[in-house]
Write a protein that binds this ligand. Structure first.
Ligand code: SAM
Length: 251
């Protein structure tokens, strides 16, 4: 069964160009995923199609009212033939990562609810199966967050990338960053590609890539190493790398 991804927002027109381009578009054409963008204003009842109001207690800006969000999700979740997994976005949510993308890629229907303005009336979060943050910064709206989630989920659906191995080989798939990669020319401006990659020796290439992934992770994202599956020898290599990178410089 294909995955149904739906968005609920006040800017439904923002999604289609991205979702119909490149890998997203091809996944839709192949029937692996369907995509629909709902306009939250369709669940308003006044002439101005109002979705926001001033916060109780004062303060700057406007908040998204609970009514349209409750009515929309009531219609969308009761009417569908598949149960929906409902995701809200907020800088206060739990951090989004590859494990969350993998989990969402196994759902059959996801509704991504996008905030705007100063955020949403707190009561709407009672409708959420999860509240997701993209990181410790503030976006003007949840639409970019929804596209990030949709993109990261679709590329994990078997067949979406064309080559099923490519997602399994990438950063975070095994708890490490991806190894360094090179393409032609083999020497550029005096910088040489490591000889082993030109050797045709597949075992040596695999060993070099494993070492490169560990080295990059140790230097750029040491926080990931605690969860990574490393041998005792690899842990020792990491310890040496971290020691070297913290050691005295320029002496
Ligand atoms: N006042 C809120 C706060 O300080 O936590 C920020 C609201 S933000 C301007 C408006 C909307 O953008 C949010 O409701 C959410 O949908 C989205 N958004 C902003 N930053 C985000 C982030 N880091 N991760 C996920 N969504 C975010």
């Amino acid at each position: 069964m294909s995955l149904a991804i739906e968005t609920l927002s006040v800017f439904p027109g923002l999604f289609e160009p991205y979702m119909s381009t490149s890998i997203m578009g091809r996944a839709r054409d192949r029937g692996l995923v369907s995509f629909s963008a709902h306009d939250l204003r369709d669940w308003t009842h006044d002439r101005h199609r109002t979705v926001d109001d001033a916060p109780f207690g004062g303060g700057q800006g406007m908040l998204m009212k609970p009514g349209p969000v409750f009515e929309a999700l009531d219609d969308l979740t009761c009417g569908g033939e598949r149960p929906a997994h409902v995701v809200f976005f907020s800088p206060c949510g739990h951090p989004y990562d590859e494990a969350a993308a993998a989990r969402l890629s196994r759902e059959s229907r996801i509704i991504l609810v996008c905030g705007r303005y100063e955020g949403m009336d707190e009561r709407v979060y009672s409708l959420a199966d999860e509240v997701v943050s993209l990181g410790d910064y503030v976006l003007t709206g949840g639409e970019l967050a929804a596209l990030v989630v949709a993109d990261s989920v679709v590329r994990l659906i078997p067949g979406a990338l064309g080559d099923d191995m490519s997602a399994a080989d990438e950063s975070f798939s095994d708890g490490l960053l991806e190894y360094a990669q090179y393409t032609r020319p083999s020497v550029y401006d005096g910088m040489r590609v490591p000889d082993v990659l030109l050797s045709g020796d597949h075992a040596a290439v695999a060993a070099w890539r494993r070492a490169s992934a560990i080295e990059r992770t140790a230097l750029w994202r040491p926080d990931l190493l605690g969860q990574a599956d490393l041998s005792a020898e690899e842990r020792e290599r990491v310890r040496a790398l971290v020691e070297d990178s913290n050691g005295p410089r320029g002496e």
